[in-house]
Ligand binder design. Sequence first.
Ligand code: NAD
Ligand code: RBV
Length: 511
Amino acid sequence: MGEHRYKRSIKILRGNMRLQTTEKNKLVKTGNKMKKQSKSIVESLPFKIKDIKLAKLGRDKIDISEKEMPGLMELRRKYSKSKPLKGFRLTGSLHMTIETAILIETLKDLGADVRWASCNIFSTQDEAAAAIAKTKTPVFAWKGETLEEYWDCTLQALTFKNDLGPNLIVDDGGDATLLIHKGYELENYFNKYGKLPKITTKVDEEVVIEKLLRKVHKKNSNHWHSIIPDIIGVSEETTTGVARLQQMVEDASLLFPAFNVNDAATKSKFDNLYGCRESLADGIKRSTEIMLAGKTVVVCGYGDVGKGSAQSMKSYGCKVIVTEIDPICALQAAMEGFEVRRLEDVLDRGNIFVTTTGNKDIITLKHMKKMKDQAIVCNIGHFDNEIQVDALNKSSAKRDQIKPQLDRYTFKNGKQIFLLAEGRLVNLGCATGHASFVMSTSFSNQVLAQVFLAKNKPKTGIYDLPRKLDEEVARIHLKHLDADLTKLTKKQADYIGVKINGPYKKDEYRY
Ligand code: NAD
Ligand code: RBV
């Protein structure tokens, strides 16, 4: 869902925080009483997926990919006996891919009771979901969900037997966290005013969420207050999700602890960079089958994802133009040999436009109207609001769906552009996301974060992975690539002021 909606929710949450503890405790009791009288807030289903017959294909792919995920396999070996997640209910809201299936099975191996939904309507690999469903793990995800279905699936993943909520959450982009916070906020409003607020938003997805929360409220007016005391924390996968959490901390509206997985070096400096370096081209090519060599590609944003994307396109023989707002990133792009321009100045030059900013309204309807005939427009950032897709759909441009996740728009003057994955992240919407090896580094951090939360039950706040564990994740993956690490001597260690076994860098080091 988009940032606009989220900001709004934070605003409403603001001002309720001081009430939180006392009100929460009081309401929990009422909630438990009420729960006995009310029906379950969701239909009881073992799973909801596209086709269970795909389980064999999913299992074969899982077997192959496990060999490429040494970090997760090592964590299974390390923890499957002690089972540090035993007795914990764990909800995941993260792209339901083959790699995620291996994450789920690792979390289960560590003892967790898992329920899962995807964090995007297009990113599920149906064979992965089927393989997981076959193991009797409740999974609610299929490729091509409607927004209503998407949020129903998120609610399903958050709702355990007897309407209990999770103890632990794995979130990607923050939608599971958001639903809980918005539900809590709605109950606060009701408790204060004795009625529910009118739905005033005009944003489709916001309306869907508001309606869903009202359905829950009708069945149990205290559901979200009753589940929050059981939540130990969330581990957040991506840059945009972390940005949302940081805003919530600033607004003092965060209701439970959060672990920042994205900013582990072995996550953002690998997945965001090298992951996108391969999966961006995969998405564009599977969808459009276009020859990349010689094309002009405009990459908006030159952070970790932008760096990987620009490098990828360059390696295919594209002429790459970068747009940036941050002078440091712009200078980096210029010194890598990329042309740095403003988007409005290169609309008639680009054959392909890629947004990578985690920001909104990067490519507007006005921009799209001025693009070259046959331009391809796509986004690899977490949310679709980087491109003004709603405005394009509401414009006079004629939309033809060539195939799912590939649309051609014809403007009145006859010019045509292609939009991939309806503006949602192209690598997961038009291909299968990052390759397994790099997801092993990301997901090893996820598992370590979950173990940390379960073990330490920290206070509300945002936590980072200790550098030593980050180095450990890298070390495990080095072996797989047949790399030999140099050993530091005691004298050398003393000279540079580190311990022989690490950590080797200060927390501020940027890699
Ligand atoms: P980042 O913060 O490192 O980079 C974003 C860059 O965009 C920054 O350098 C920022 O200055 C720039 N930017 C912001 N507004 C801009 C504007 N108006 N015009 C031009 N540049 C602008 O973040 P990141 O880690 O690179 O992640 C970017 C997005 O990609 C996030 O939404 C993240 O969640 C998502 N992500 C997606 C995948 C994937 O597999 N699709 C993988 C990792 C991250
Ligand atoms: N991502 N997951 C996959 N194959 O499962 N590919 C990419 C996969 C994650 C990545 O970690 C990124 O931060 C997030 O998707 C954006 O939603």
